[in-house]
Design a protein around this ligand. Structure first.
Ligand code: SF4
Length: 219
């Protein structure tokens, strides 16, 4: 018998790697990459996940995750929240005892995401080309330990992000703020120097998986 639609997702890939981003960087992690995204950030490095994929029952995904044999699971995309089936999937992964994180664009509502999930929420900068898509009400659903990520494309983006952090009083929230240089656009050393000069309480994030394996899909 087929699973109900809500217990299925369109899946691009499942793979075991090291977490390349966030405060869990470097930990062996299973990545569950769902298909599809309503955004088109100019720096997107997962365009291969926009289309295709295979409709897969959540129970089968749990089996594949278990076969990888690690306790950290990241559900990513694309934009995972574009599919209703991701909500029961996240819940089931938490119920199974995994440390679960969700990478999301910040454009779709996170209100119904299981509270045990650590959200890594993007705030899209002007340089992304998708700044108008930020759903600011998502900031009301942040839990302690969640993370907010700005991908910085240039100095203008840096100044915008710094002011946004002030305006949204992100410094006083119990969340991590990550600044990540857009690959091939923003020099990482330059961004580090700006952060130090401004004594900005943000974490500079480099994409470890790209340093190790380049742009190879599934790594
Ligand atoms: S939200 Fe993420 S997956 Fe979607 S276009 Fe932007 S970078 Fe790519």
């Amino acid at each position: 018998m087929n699973a109900p639609v809500a217990d299925q997702v369109r899946l691009t890939e499942i793979f075991l790697s090291l977490q390349g981003e966030s405060t869990s960087v470097g930990l062996p992690t299973v990545f569950v990459r769902l298909t599809g995204c309503p955004l088109r950030c100019q720096y997107c490095d997962t365009e291969y996940a926009f289309h295709g994929g295979t409709v897969t029952d959540n129970a089968e995904i749990l089996e594949q995750v278990a076969a990888c044999g690690v306790r950290h699971v990241t559900v990513t995309g694309g934009e995972p929240l574009a599919q209703p089936g991701v909500l029961p999937l996240l819940r089931a992964l938490c119920d199974a005892g995994y440390a679960v994180s969700l990478e999301t664009s910040g454009a779709l509502d996170t209100a119904a995401v299981d509270e045990r999930v650590r959200k890594v929420l993007d705030i899209k900068t002007p340089g992304s080309g998708e700044v108008r898509r930020n759903l600011w009400s998502n900031l009301d659903h942040l839990n302690p330990g969640d993370e907010i990520k700005f991908v910085i494309c240039d100095r203008q983006d840096y100044d915008w992000a710094r002011l946004k952090c002030d305006e949204l009083v992100l410094w006083s929230r119990p969340v991590e703020v990550l600044f990540s240089p857009s690959a091939g656009q923003q020099n990482a050393t330059e961004l580090a120097d700006w952060i130090i000069a401004d004594r900005l309480p943000v974490r500079l994030q480099l994409q470890l998986h790209k340093l190790l394996w380049g742009d190879e899909p599934g790594r």
